[in-house]
Design a protein around this ligand. Structure first.
Ligand code: SAM
Length: 293
C-alpha cells in the first residue's frame, strides 16, 4: 500500500528543514578528501516540477521554498541550501525543487558513492533515470530496511544515512527504530539524519523516547514548527534527529533557524499574536542535545 507521493509535498516547510540539515551535514563531510557514502532510504522521485498537477493541487511549496528562495541569507548553511535551489532554477522562476537524492548528486564528488532505496513503482524509474550516467551509484527498488541489510556497510567508512519515511502506517515508527539499530550496528561511523513530522505532540515525544532508548550515543534534535501544536491543519512542523552530528551542526542550525523562522512563519501564523503561549518566537524551533557522546 504505497499511496504517498512526495510530488504533492516537495518544497514545503518540512522539506526546507530536512534539506537544510542534509546540505549542512554533507558540506561538513565534504571538507575531507576521503570518499564518502550517501545512503537515502526513502528516496522519492529525485526531482520535482513545481508546475506539476500534484504541486499545484496542494501548493504546499508556496508556504515553504517559495517564501525564501530568493532571500539573501547571512548564515552559511541557509545560503548554501538556497544557492542549490537557485542554481536549479537559472531562469529566475521557481520551477523545480530537488529531492534529497538529487541534492546529494548536486553536491557530491565523482569519487563519492550514492545509494538509494525507493519502493514506489512510478517514482522508482523516475529516480533511476536521473542516475543512469553516474558512477558509484546504486539505486534499488527494495524496502528501506531490507536495503540496510543488502547495502550497508558501504566501502567508504564515512557518510550520511538519511531516513525519511512517509509515516503512513503506525508500524513505520517501530520499523524505523529496528532498522536504525541494524544500520548502526553495520555502519556505526556514519551520521544518521531521521526526519519526523510533528502532528500529535505526544506521539512525537514517544518516538523521540524510542530513538533515545536505542542507547545510541550522540543524538541531536532539530525541530521547527511554523504552526502551533494542535493548529488543526495536520502537520504543524517537523524535526530531524541527527546521530553522530558534525560538532559544528548545533550552532549552525541555531544560526540558520534564527534567520529562517521569521521568513516561514509570518504568513502561516498570522492569527497568532507574537508571544502567545504555545507559539512564541522562542519556541518555534529547538536545537537540543538528546544524548551526549
Ligand atoms: C517523504 S518521501 C521521500 C522524500 C525524499 N527523501 C526527499 O527528501 O526528497 C517518502 C518516500 O518513501 C517511499 N517509501 C514508502 N515506504 C517505503 C519503504 N518501505 N521502503 C522504501 N521506500 C519507501 C515512498 O514511495 C516515498 O517516495
Amino acid at each position: 500500500m504505497l499511496s504517498y507521493r512526495h510530488s504533492y509535498h516537495a518544497g514545503n516547510h518540512a522539506d526546507v528543514l530536512k534539506h537544510l540539515v542534509q546540505v549542512t551535514i554533507l558540506d561538513y563531510l565534504l571538507q575531507k578528501d576521503k570518499p564518502l557514502c550517501y545512503h537515502d532510504t526513502h528516496a522519492g522521485a529525485g526531482l520535482y516540477s513545481l508546475n506539476s498537477e500534484h504541486s499545484q493541487k496542494t501548493a504546499e511549496y508556496q508556504q515553504g521554498i517559495a517564501l525564501l528562495w530568493q532571500y539573501q541569507a547571512t548564515s552559511a548553511p541557509l545560503a548554501r541550501y538556497l544557492q542549490l535551489i537557485s542554481d536549479l532554477n537559472p531562469e529566475g522562476e521557481l520551477a523545480f525543487y530537488p529531492g534529497s537524492p538529487k541534492i546529494a548528486a548536486l553536491m557530491l564528488r565523482p569519487q563519492d558513492t550514492i545509494q538509494a532505496t525507493e519502493l514506489h513503482p512510478t517514482d522508482f524509474p523516475m529516480l533511476q533515470s536521473q542516475f543512469a550516467r553516474r558512477r558509484y551509484t546504486r539505486i534499488e527498488n527494495i524496502d528501506a530496511y531490507a536495503g540496510f541489510k543488502a547495502m550497508l556497510p558501504p566501502l567508504a567508512k564515512r557518510g550520511l544515512v538519511l531516513i525519511d519515511p512517509p509515516y503512513e502506517l503506525k508500524t513505520e515508527y517501530t520499523d524505523l527504530v529496528a532498522g536504525l539499530n541494524e544500520a548502526y550496528r553495520r555502519f556505526p561511523q556514519a551520521t544518521y539524519a531521521i526526519w519526523y513530522p510533528v502532528i500529535e505532540r505526544d506521539a512525537v515525544e514517544a518516538f523521540i523516547k524510542a530513538i533515545v532508548g536505542t542507547g545510541i550515543k550522540n543524538q541531536l534534535r532539530i525541530e521547527f514548527c511554523p504552526l502551533p501544536d494542535k493548529a488543526g491543519f495536520g502537520m504543524s512542523g517537523s524535526g530531524m534527529l541527527v546521530i553522530n552530528p558534525p560538532y559544528t551542526l548545533a550552532q549552525q542550525m541555531r544560526d540558520a533557524l534564527t534567520e529562517l523562522a521569521p521568513l516561514l512563519c509570518h504568513t502561516q501564523d498570522n492569527n497568532k499574536q507574537p508571544g502567545s503561549h504555545e507559539h512564541s518566537a522562542g519556541n518555534l524551533w529547538q536545537v537540543s542535545q538528546l544524548v551526549g557522546e
